[in-house]
Design a protein around this ligand. Structure first.
Ligand code: PSV
Ligand code: MN
Length: 388
């Protein structure tokens, strides 16, 4: 197997973007729970996100969600982030929380509502210009609940037209990433249900449009790493939304439900040239910490990604290639499993210390007193949540 020392430099290339919404209150459709010290505005969300980077060195940027993270002065927000050692990242649009969008947004048959949804994306691009963000991420709740409710073909055509108008506005150094989701909130059909639809729409747009793969947005037992391989092969894997699922879009801590799947996915990212300096596939988290503490939840998440990245980097690719070419099924499989079963936690602690980071970021955060401090300081105001 490849030695840990030989992968250390590659681990330095890892960057995982955090979602601002992971720090606000969240829950299920049954209950949104509050937590002491919850952030009340985007400035406080970014301060919390910066704690994750401070202790792990893994998360140098934070994704924003508009309008949840709308502020009067984006330069001030950017400066605030920079002062805390992080940058503002992807801008997520939101066309799923307005009554007008009940029957769709970019696909709506009413030109006025469709225009409103397009204008919202123009507003997001204006934000990107101010924050210096590279990516506009579009996830649509659009779809129907009943056969015959609307013309699926017409909706796809309108989607293509809307995306075209949005794409025409993004700058030369900006990208549009289109996320897909198999179901929910629409239950009969979603307008962007799968990677094929996202890919087809992105291909029609051009080079600066690519697919966002949210690991929780597939049917059970889907071979996600195959999709990763195919999109990388085509140069169209723009970004990941990492999370874990047991049943549907559970948004649990990445690597918690199926660490082996995460290993297989990251192996294909590395194999396909999407990792670190090799490519421009963005690693992001898209999670909600409904019952666990949020900052530690994000720390656990980025460490899980780092751990599986280390294991995937340990696969002896040369030996694997030889085993595959000679048709040695069991040897090839063993090479994957040897790397997967390697306990990298000790070497990773040493690796972190060699980079001036705490060997145990979780313990360092808990000992820092930050959680108690925000619980004391953040009195009054309204805690941020979905829609705020
Ligand atoms: C809804 O399923 C969702 O989780 C999508 O995955 C988006 O990425 C996210 O919300 C933020 O809009
Ligand atoms: Mn997502």
């Amino acid at each position: 197997m490849t030695s840990f020392d030989s992968i250390a430099a590659r681990l330095d290339e890892q960057a995982i973007e955090l979602p601002s919404w992971a720090f606000g209150n969240s829950g299920t459709r049954f209950k949104v729970f509050t937590q002491p010290g919850g952030p009340r505005d985007p400035f406080e969300k970014i301060a919390d996100a910066a704690q994750v980077h401070k202790h792990t060195g893994l998360s140098p940027s934070v994704a924003l969600h508009i309008p949840w993270d709308k502020v009067d002065d984006y330069t001030a927000l950017s400066d605030h982030a920079q002062g805390l050692g992080v940058a503002l990242g992807t801008i997520n649009s939101n066309t799923f929380q307005d009554d007008d969008y009940k029957l769709g947004s970019l696909t709506h048959s009413d030109p006025a509502i469709r225009q409103k949804a397009i204008d919202h994306h123009f507003e997001c691009i204006d934000v990107m210009d101010k924050t210096g963000s590279r990516d506009l991420k579009i996830w649509l709740a659009d779809g129907t609940n009943y056969p015959g409710q609307d013309d699926m073909r017409g909706r796809q055509d309108r989607l293509a037209d809307s995306l075209q108008q949005i794409y025409a506005r993004i700058g030369d150094d900006q990208r549009l990433v289109l996320e897909y989701k198999i179901f929910e909130p629409a239950f009969y059909h979603m307008d962007v249900p799968d990677w094929g639809t996202s890919l087809v729409q992105c291909l029609a747009l051009g080079d600066r449009a690519s697919v966002c793969l949210d690991t929780g947005h597939h049917a059970p037992s889907t071979n996600i790493e195959f999709i990763v391989m195919q999109l990388l092969r085509l140069g169209k894997l723009g970004s990941f939304d990492f999370n874990s699922r047991f049943y549907a879009d559970d948004d649990l801590i990445v690597g918690s439900a199926d660490p082996f799947q995460l290993f297989r996915i990251i192996f294909e990212v590395i194999r396909g040239g999407g990792y670190g300096a090799d490519g421009d596939t963005a690693f992001m988290l898209d999670q909600c910490h409904n019952i666990e503490d949020k900052i530690p939840g994000q720390i656990r998440s980025v460490l899980n990604v780092q751990e599986m990245t280390a294991r995937a980097l340990l696969v002896d690719r040369e030996a694997l290639d030889a085993a595959q070419r000679s048709g040695d099924v069991l040897a090839a499989n063993s090479l994957m499993m040897d790397a997967f079963y390697t306990d990298v936690r000790g070497p990773l602690a040493e690796y972190r210390e060699s980079r001036g980071l705490p060997g145990d970021p979780m313990a360092a955060y808990l000992a820092s007193g930050y959680g108690q401090q925000i619980a004391e300081d953040r009195v009054g105001g309204v805690q941020a949540s979905w829609g705020a």
